[in-house]
Unconditional design. Structure first.
Length: 169
């Protein structure tokens, strides 16, 4: 089921990229936080979004991508594919913006459940690109496989990320 959802998300966003304007594509690198800091040393990922301008300064859209966490010690690499709604507000007469992505993060590993995805960002807006500093939080449940963490508790797989997105027209 996860593979079908991933394929569907990329098909929808890939088709939108060729059909309309407002598509942006980029990447990020970051430092894991929370429970992810215990299990991973660094995270990298790709970002894709389609944004519609609602009113001056306010854009609403949909986003997806992939965040890969490089495991350390006895932990395998793991990752998440976010499927989320996205909102961005650019301040008038300033090249600064704030943004928020909210949705679900689909886990790429069987021993980690998918979970709630929240990603606030602040950034610098350029003509065809944007630089941002963001916080990524994925609230998920780790299923005990006598692997790393004990129990079937909720965990926060988070990261502070620096990223760049390019607008494709």
């Amino acid at each position: 089921m996860k593979k079908l959802l991933l394929l569907g998300a990329f098909a929808v966003f890939g088709g939108a990229a060729h059909a309309q304007e407002g598509f942006k594509l980029g990447g990020h690198v970051g430092a894991p936080l929370g429970n992810a800091a215990d299990a991973a040393s660094v995270t990298i990922g790709i970002d894709a979004a389609y944004m519609w301008n609602i009113t001056k300064g306010l854009d609403i859209g949909a986003t997806t991508g992939y965040s890969h966490f490089f495991g350390k010690d006895r932990v395998d690499d793991f990752g998440f594919v976010p499927v989320a709604a996205s909102g961005k507000y650019k301040f008038d007469k300033l090249p600064l913006f704030v943004a928020l992505d909210l949705g679900a993060a689909i886990s790429t590993r069987d021993y980690i459940n998918s979970g709630l995805y929240i990603a606030p960002k602040v950034g610098f807006q350029m003509r065809n690109a944007e630089l941002y500093l963001g916080f990524q939080s994925i609230s998920s449940k780790y299923r005990n496989r006598d692997y790393y963490w004990n129990g079937n508790d909720r965990f926060n797989f988070g990261a502070v990320n620096f990223g760049v997105n390019f607008y494709l027209k």
